[in-house]
Design a binder for this molecule. Structure first.
Ligand SMILES: Cc1cc2nc3c(=O)[nH]c(=O)nc-3n(C[C@H](O)[C@H](O)[C@H](O)COP(=O)(O)OP(=O)(O)OC[C@H]3O[C@@H](n4cnc5c(N)ncnc54)[C@H](O)[C@@H]3O)c2cc1C
Length: 433
């Protein structure tokens, strides 16, 4: 009997991880289809190509021969539709391929909300490889691009600001909220980032939104107007980075149940037998504890891929992502978050916040006011050891224990020597008040 054919739509971290793990566990025929690139590359490293720190070749974690050697077929093509009845995927060139099992790992796409002028030349998002190429064209230097306006105060917007600044292109960043990323960060953290971003020379505008993008008579962007102030800002690039949404339009005519993303249970099974979805495009039907139903991060994409490979290979395995983790960078300030840290502490929880005098480092701990149990931590400007924080969360340590042993979680011995006592004493002084 010939081996089952598994087709994977998408060669991002989720699709590639599931492919590699299925190969480790079985001889199944595996085809990975991507409309973006021949080979898997690290999306999170795209910024470094523009900044000149890396070449595209360096963003590929595997050598090109790896795939043939491991008998994983890579196919460049765009899946236009899925016919669940005949178990085929249809590609643009009228080609159809049959599958026994189909894994949808089609990722995200930037949100566009229909602004006037959003299709002008020089207006773009930043997600796919083609967006990097567009950026090279739209903003090669500060002669062609005299100012860039970035719309949206999220992780991708701030990366773009750093990228453009590396080529000395002045940047205006429009943020709808009154403080940078205050939908996720606490007030103190968000305020520290406002100061940091401004100090880096970014023209940060808070509490404003884009009204309209204007073009010249050649169809190139020339300015934007701000809704609240009516101000017109001259610019040659408008980057729309207000967020991403699951990339699932091509599934509209399939019978697969979709809400915002492809709906799945905890085994990543969709509403249709033998079709699964993972990564940014997947949406859990029921939230897992306090997590979002769509998790658009690199780290969770990898866990989902690894988990689903077990199920595909006969060992049905539930998604159990463990404690929430994410990391990012805001210009020079690294950010990590572990476990639960709400913008405002949850009921019965409290925050303990420490910030360095130099305004580049802070720690926010969330803990249970009654039991003292440590719930999670946000760090800015300080890199923590994942395995140690994870262990403390598993062991349900109390905050005092965590503060006492902070040096075990810190990569920077110098930091530990200098500040951990100060942090602990600050906590004690607050508790004793
Ligand atoms: C600039 C940037 C920086 C980021 N930084 C971080 C970070 O620091 N930390 C973090 O956790 N996350 C970060 N992310 C998010 C992270 O990259 C995503 O969560 C992750 O890449 C999602 O992986 P995925 O495999 O689910 O989807 P994707 O990486 O989006 O891959 C999906 C692939 O499927 C292809 N595809 C889609 N539809 C079709 C179709 N119909 N036919 C064929 N192919 C199709 C797409 O073109 C794409 O190649 C960042 C994202 C960006 C854009």
């Amino acid at each position: 009997m010939s081996e089952e054919h598994v087709i994977i739509i998408g060669n991002g971290i989720s699709g590639i991880t599931v492919a590699r793990h299925i190969r480790k566990l079985s001889d199944k025929k595996i085809t990975v289809i991507s409309n973006e690139s021949n080979y898997f590359f690290s999306r999170t490293a795209l910024m470094y190509i523009y900044m000149g720190h890396m070449k595209f070749e360096n963003t590929k974690p595997y050598e090109d021969w790896f795939w043939e050697k491991n008998n994983i077929e890579l196919k460049l093509g765009s899946v236009q539709s899925v016919d669940a009845l005949s178990k085929t995927v249809c590609l643009g060139n009228d080609e159809s391929i049959s599958y026994d099992k189909l894994i949808i790992a089609s990722g995200s796409k930037p949100i566009k909300i229909g602004w006037p002028g959003q299709d002008l030349i020089g207006v773009q998002g930043f997600y796919h490889l083609e967006d990097l190429h567009a950026l090279e064209k739209n903003a090669p230097d500060n002669i062609k691009c005299k100012r860039a306006v970035i719309v949206g105060g999220g992780l991708i917007g701030i990366e773009l600001a750093e990228m453009l600044q590396s080529r000395h292109i002045p940047v205006t960043l429009l943020v709808r909220e009154n403080s940078f990323w205050n939908t996720t960060l606490t007030d103190g953290e968000s305020a520290m980032l406002n100061r940091h971003i401004t100090a880096q020379g970014i023209d940060l505008r808070l509490g404003v939104s884009l009204k309209e993008i204007h073009g010249d008579n050649l169809g190139n962007v020339k300015s934007v107007t701000i809704l609240e102030t009516k101000e017109e800002i001259q610019c040659n690039l408008v980057a729309l980075t207000i967020g991403v949404t699951p990339n699932v339009d091509f599934l509209a005519d399939s019978t697969i149940a979709i809400n915002r993303g492809v709906l799945t249970n905890r085994y990543f099974e969709t509403s249709v037998k033998d079709i699964y979805a993972i990564g940014d495009c997947a949406e859990q039907q029921l939230p897992i504890e306090n997590r979002n139903t769509i998790e658009a991060t690199w780290y969770t994409g990898r866990i989902m891929g690894q988990t689903l490979a077990n199920t595909i290979c006969g060992n049905k395995t539930e998604y159990n992502p463990g404690h929430w983790f994410n990391s990012a960078k805001f210009m020079d300030i690294e950010y990590q978050t572990y476990g639960i840290v709400n913008v405002q502490p949850a009921e019965n929880h409290s925050h303990f916040y420490w910030k360095h005098d130099d305004d580049t480092m802070s720690l926010t701990f969330e803990y249970n006011k009654n039991s003292g149990e440590f719930q999670g931590i946000n760090s800015l400007g300080i890199r923590l050891r994942h395995e140690v924080i994870d262990r403390w969360l598993n062991e349900k340590r109390d905050l005092e224990y965590v503060l006492h042993h902070l040096n075990k979680a810190n990569f920077d011995a110098e930091f530990s020597r200098k500040y951990e006592k100060e942090i602990f004493n600050l906590y004690k002084s607050k508790v004793e008040l």
